[in-house]
Write a protein that binds this ligand. Sequence first.
Ligand SMILES: NC(=O)c1ccc[n+]([C@@H]2O[C@H](COP(=O)([O-])OP(=O)(O)OC[C@H]3O[C@@H](n4cnc5c(N)ncnc54)[C@H](O)[C@@H]3O)[C@@H](O)[C@H]2O)c1
Length: 269
Amino acid sequence: MSIPISPLFDLQGKVALITGGAGLLAAEHAIALMDHGASIILADRNLEACDQAVAVLNQNGYDKVVSVQADVTSKDSWNDLLNIGIKHFGKIDVLINNAGFTNQSKSKNFDAGFADFPLEDWNNIMNVNLTGTFLGCQVIGKHMLENGNGSIINIASLYGVVSPNHKIYPGTGISQPVAYSVSKHGVVSLTKYLATLWADKGVRVNSLTPGGIWNGHKGLFLERFEQLIPIGRMSDKTELRGGIVYLASNASSHVIGHNLIIDGGWTAW
Ligand SMILES: NC(=O)c1ccc[n+]([C@@H]2O[C@H](COP(=O)([O-])OP(=O)(O)OC[C@H]3O[C@@H](n4cnc5c(N)ncnc54)[C@H](O)[C@@H]3O)[C@@H](O)[C@H]2O)c1
């Protein structure tokens, strides 16, 4: 008997909370999920920028999305997010822990080598990338367990799977801090821990690992970086959409603790 595949990707009636809503990738996740019928809560510490992201989505015909201010490093903020989700939509079915440390949060000496890397930056990066993901899983995961249903997607990084290639960065004006890589390895580990803990309770936990997303990169950095990608180019920001819908929907109903790597082959050789 032939079983239709498309309904497995259907997200009608589902509600997704996406953190880091004002950044490069959150709007892509939102578009992917809205295209399949979901409603979206976009949350970011920077409300003005998040409102702007929602305005752009609205201009492009996506109106099932609201903007909320939240700090993922605060448990109170996560509790507020849950209450907002329940008030607006009655529940949260999908959580995308996408907020990440941004260069705006750099303290001075950020670009110092490992020996002098500031503790302040280590703590900032770990707090947003790892503790923020932990708190999100704890608060929203509890709600999903009560409902017996949910999908959590933790956004990791190719540098959560392998080390940065230290030969790329000198002379490019870009640095790759130790805490970023360590925190993203932690995200992959946290994902497996929770995935196995909740596997038989209806809540699926997986991670999605982007490679380098092209965002105006050029010059020496682009040249060196692309040489290391088997496909020969950085990702377009739209290329995560399929993976997001897959992990959020019933299409991945038996997928637990997986790290879906979308990196043009970077980690394959
Ligand atoms: N862009 C890439 O090339 C790439 C590659 C691999 C992994 N990733 C990961 O994908 C995710 C999204 O990346 P992006 O490129 O959209 O990042 P981005 O820097 O464009 O956006 C990150 C957003 O997170 C928000 N944020 C930071 N701290 C926060 C906090 N405490 N509470 C709430 N919001 C907070 C920022 O305000 C920003 O809007 C991140 O987790 C990042 O590490 C990105």
